[in-house]
Design a protein around this ligand. Sequence first.
Ligand code: SAH
Length: 258
Amino acid sequence: MSLVRAKKSLGQHFLKDQNIARKIVDSLKAENISTVIEIGPGMGVLTQYLLQRENITTIPVEIDQESVAYLYAAYPQLKNSLVQGDFLELDLKTISSEKMAVIGNFPYNISSQIFFRVIENRSQVEEVVCMIQKEVAQRIACKPGTKEYGILSVLLQAYYDIDYLFTVHENVFSPPPKVKSGVIRLVRNTTEHLDCDESLFFRVVKATFNQRRKVISNSIKGLTPDINRDHPLLSKRPEQLSVTDFVELTNLVSSSLK
Ligand code: SAH
């Protein structure tokens, strides 16, 4: 069986190190979950270990025809589970109506879009274990007050407990990426619903970070013309605000709109 030729446009960097692959799969807790979606299995370096785990059904989702052909040949047991297609277009409800986990060495060029899909599907996605660009991993896991803290940090931390697990060097991939990688785990927290208008919360987070150098009283102007400017949160910048602060800010914006 010939190996898959790496295509840059699909973010293909194949992991060569079996120990790291096993460690990534072992990081998945999969508590009370029976379905695991693997994004971008490639040649199956993670898939082989997922298939060894009892009590879970692995659904690999792969966009690349050449990888799909390879996987069918190497793992005939994937015959009825492998989905050929774009994860970003996938309706998770067609896979299962139950809660599920997502795992993968993500294509780095679309990792942010994958996380936005996770946030949209937060009622179903209980856990995510993934390898992504190290900087993005750190940004997602970091606390308020750091300059890396951004939109995805707030939105993901609102609904998930996040752990940065370990760093992976570029030379364990073929071809090696230009950047280091990081493995993180996200586990759904107990927040069913934030204590504010959630769609407004999303807009507040985006609006303030899109002008992250400005104080909030200025960056929020597009959302509300008339807000009580004395509130202490309004003189801060978005990277200083925790999830709870953003909830409070959202309620402030909300009441100013009434
Ligand atoms: N898991 C493999 C491959 C990682 S490279 C390994 O660790 O070696 C990223 C993989 O994601 C590639 O196989 C690529 O074809 C696939 N991919 C890229 N974009 C995708 C998308 N939108 N949906 C599903 N898979 C995608």
